[in-house]
Write a protein that binds this ligand. Structure first.
Ligand code: FAD
Length: 411
């Protein structure tokens, strides 16, 4: 698979028209934080029927659970736009061409929060917590990072859960959490009390929290370098009581990081279409500018130093496109991507997106540095992709470990 099907290309055109009409006019407001990303997000879900698809998918699960429908292996966890990997990539690409921050706010709510509940939750949890998130009625956040635990998210985690009164009491804090300031539903990871087991080795569980719960405080939006259309904040848990039916999956498991790792995996590959959207847009703008702008009476594009920049940008474009289609093909055919492969993808695509966006700023000169041409925004936004979901160095370390452990098959 090297390109989108004709049907997907048509969807891409339709989505681009929506973006031009409904998102582009609001980019300044979103970027100045005068407007939150949630109204346009609801409009997006409503326009393309993703809210209705989510309702139908959950109704189908209910019917199946009651024996009224024949079980089918597909469509259990991925619903709406997320159900078709090519379609969800197209959404991410088209949004990221214009506002990677908006794409991230949508992805954190629907993909990270909604996706985690749809993958691991009970039917009742999917209905109560995931469905309102997937329809856009509520905003979701997914919280693992802590002030002392980012790269070492599992080992360094100090947020703890203790069993009490038929449920759990959570204590600790989270930081850098997308959508946290406005979230209604939060998937929060904590270490479960486990006899004398040292904190570092305790099992990690996810809990479903709701805004307004006693002891839960959501901080104000943090000021950032980029991704201004995506609010980011802290979460404080001051002895928050969580009923037993709000433990994700409602089952305590033995020490395992599988659940959160699944989402990490998704976070890594989920960034590839974002990188592609940024690269494609920056390359388009740079080519057009190189043809139009003249210095010493010649278009910029006639100078070999500018040509070299464009050519290198195109090499990244090609490579990221290939990785994008590889990941879509694998998701479609349910071929699992190893953690080493997922890390290698992110380790290549994220720096490539930043490099291409910074080169676009350079090619556009003074105009590149100005807001009007948008490439400076894309460059600031792209930088986050080298940090969030595991920083570049961690992706490289993960690749190397996978290689050394013999987890990557050659030939
Ligand atoms: C805008 C934004 C949104 C985010 N959204 C979310 C969210 O929704 N949910 C969530 O849970 N988290 C979220 N994060 C957190 C993000 O995943 C972490 O910031 C990231 O994992 C890096 O962790 P850290 O910031 O603690 O950096 P650190 O772990 O302190 O690392 C700092 C630097 O040191 C390097 N480093 C660390 N250890 C090693 C090592 N062993 N070898 C080599 N280099 C090393 C890292 O690569 C990095 O460059 C978000 C972050 C940002 C900035």
């Amino acid at each position: 698979m090297f390109d989108f099907s004709e049907e997907h290309k048509t969807m891409r055109r339709v989505l681009r028209r929506w973006v031009d009409a409904e998102l582009v006019p609001h980019v300044d407001a979103l970027e100045s934080e005068a407007m939150l990303p949630y109204e346009p997000m609801r409009k997006l879900l409503g326009t393309f029927g993703a809210d209705e698809m989510a309702r139908q998918a959950v109704a189908k699960l209910e019917a199946r659970a009651s024996g009224a429908a024949t079980p089918t292996p597909e469509g259990e966890a991925e619903v709406g736009m997320m159900h078709d990997p090519a379609m969800s990539a197209i959404v991410s690409i088209e949004l990221s061409r214009v506002s990677p921050g908006f794409a991230m706010a949508v992805g954190a709510s629907l993909g990270l929060c909604g996706g985690a509940i749809m993958r691991r939750g009970t039917l009742a949890q999917k209905k109560r917590f995931a469905l309102p998130v997937l329809t856009g009625e509520k905003i979701g956040a997914w919280a693992i990072t802590e002030p002392g635990a980012g790269s070492d998210a599992f080992g360094g985690m100090t947020t703890v859960a203790r069993r009490e009164g038929g449920g759990y009491v959570l204590r600790g804090s989270k930081t850098f959490i997308s959508n946290a300031p406005y979230a209604d539903v939060l998937v929060v990871y904590a270490k479960m009390e486990h006899g004398d087991l040292p904190l570092r080795q305790r099992p990690i569980h996810a809990f479903l929290l709701e805004r307004g719960t006693q002891g839960l405080t959501l901080g104000k939006p943090m000021k950032k370098m980029g991704m201004w259309a995506s609010p980011t904040g802290e979460i404080f848990l001051d002895d928050v009581f969580v009923p037993a039916d709000q433990l994700l999956g409602e089952k305590e498991r033995e020490p395992s990081r599988e659940g959160a790792r699944d989402v990490f995996h998704g976070e890594r590959t989920g960034m590839v279409p974002m990188c592609f959207g940024i690269i494609e847009r920056c390359l388009e703008v740079s080519v057009a500018y190189s043809n139009a702008r003249k210095t010493w009476d010649k278009p910029l594009g006639e100078y070999q130093l500018v040509q070299a920049k464009l050519a290198k940008m195109f090499v990244h474009y090609q490579n990221v496109k290939n990785l994008l289609f590889k990941s879509i093909w694998m998701a479609k055919h349910k071929v699992p991507l190893t953690i080493g492969e997922a890390s290698a993808m992110k380790a290549y695509c994220a720096p490539a997106a930043t490099e291409v966006a910074m080169e676009a700023v350079q090619i556009l000169g003074g105009n590149g540095y100005m807001r009007e041409y948008r490439v400076e925004q894309l460059a600031r936004d792209a930088k986050l992709l080298q940090i969030g979901g595991g920083a570049d160095d961690i992706q490289l370390v993960t690749c190397a470990r996978a290689l050394l452990r013999g987890e990557i098959a050659f030939g």
